[in-house]
Design a binder for this molecule. Structure first.
Ligand code: SF4
Length: 119
């Protein structure tokens, strides 16, 4: 209900952030006497937030450029060849980039090369 209050106020960013834990089950919509589909409100706010409000970190543009230039072709080939255990290991090593990426750099920039000891 908190994110719906923000939706009524037109605060898309707060709707997106407050609705983050909504799993879109629809239970609230099924019981809503006003026949409002709360999860659809949350979904719309998240999409609007991601497309028009959220500032894309510079590192995302760098990563896109790297992909276009073929930097990860070998990495992807290696990932495809890994078994489940190896993939799980690499997945657990991954780092999540903070929204404010100023000064941030990954500790393992070239996973899986670095994690496998090959290259
Ligand atoms: S759809 Fe409604 S009931 Fe389901 S998690 Fe989201 S807010 Fe909660």
């Amino acid at each position: 209900m908190e994110y719906m209050a923000m939706a009524i106020q037109g605060d898309i960013e707060k709707v997106a952030l407050l609705s983050f834990q909504c799993i879109m089950c629809g239970a609230c919509a099924a019981k809503c006497p006003a026949e409002i589909s709360q999860p659809n409100v949350a979904l719309l706010a998240r999409r609007l937030y991601g497309r028009h409000i959220l500032v894309i970190p510079n590192s995302v543009y760098q990563r896109i450029s790297d992909i276009k230039n073929g930097r990860y072709v070998r990495v992807l080939d290696r990932l495809v060849q890994m078994d489940r255990e190896e993939l799980t290991h690499v997945y657990t090593l991954r780092e999540q980039e903070p929204q404010d990426d100023r000064g941030w750099a990954p500790k393992h920039p070239d996973i899986p090369e670095e994690s496998s000891g090959e290259e």
